[in-house]
Design a protein around this ligand. Structure first.
Ligand code: AP5
Length: 212
């Protein structure tokens, strides 16, 4: 199965992708995590991407295409994967089609802007393995420490309130049009993402049973 996670920043795409990856036994790849790792390691891609990410803007498509090609090669033929963070605009959705990626479902998590702004203030992440947490909705077992690898948790640079607002604007302008792109192909699954993490997973799994 190849799935796409869609929704505004902070809707829970990464959180649900991690749970679904476990449940379905397919790998999940996040362009955001790949880019944040590149920024941390100060690679040429990271140095270029940082300029855009810090402002809440999309990284140019030319940079993303190479990243996508790399991880698609790692997905393994026929095994499928969960794409978290790509496509981000119509050009990237068309690029996936040109690369021969067959999408089984695009899962849209609907959450309003106000709730997103509240959620982002409580988000924490592991800079080493990329695991995501929330101080209230998904706290780590030991405060400030990653359950998976023991690294100290951090706050994302782009979670500052003004950057979150910019990312929401970019989402509405550039990413939202791809909802229609997948709806017109009969691939869209639209889910209310405002319930708890567990309830949201249940809704997604139920909807996916209809696809399989
Ligand atoms: P990326 O990392 O993809 O960021 P995003 O899409 O903005 O999504 P987020 O990671 O912020 O949120 P999420 O929906 O995964 O939510 P999460 O599960 O963490 O991209 C970052 C940047 O990289 C972009 O701005 C861009 O610059 C660049 N980029 C990446 N891909 C690109 C591309 N293809 N093209 C161009 N540029 C690209 O949840 C959020 C918080 O809420 C967490 O703390 C979580 O624990 C909590 N939570 C989750 N679900 C619930 C719930 N149901 N109830 C309560 N809390 C919840």
């Amino acid at each position: 199965m190849t799935l796409i996670m869609l929704g505004p920043p902070g809707a829970g795409k990464g959180t649900q992708a991690a749970v679904l990856s476990e449940k379905l036994g397919i790998i999940s790849v996040s362009t955001g995590h790949i880019l944040r790792t590149a920024v941390k390691e100060q690679t040429p891609v990271g140095l270029e991407a940082k300029k855009y990410m810090d402002q809440g803007l999309l990284v140019p498509d030319e940079t993303i295409i190479d990243i996508v090609k790399d991880f698609l090669a790692g997905c393994g033929a026929g095994k499928g994967c969960i794409l978290d963070g790509v496509p981000r605009n119509i050009a990237q959705a068309e690029m996936l089609e040109r690369l021969g990626v067959t999408i089984d479902a695009a899962i849209l998590l609907n959450v309003g802007d106000k709730e997103i702004e509240d959620r982002m203030s409580g988000r924490r992440f592991c800079p080493k393995c990329g695991a995501g947490y929330h101080v209230k909705a998904l706290p780590p077992k030991i405060e400030g420490i990653c359950d998976v690898c023991g690294e100290g948790l951090a706050i994302r640079e782009d979670d500052r309130p003004e950057t979150v607002r910019r990312r929401l604007e970019v989402y509405h302008r550039e990413t939202e049009p791809i909802i229609g792109f997948y709806a017109s192909r009969g691939k869209l699954i639209s889910i209310d993402g405002t319930a708890s993490i567990e309830e949201t997973t249940e809704k997604v799994v139920k909807a996916l049973e209809m696809v399989q």
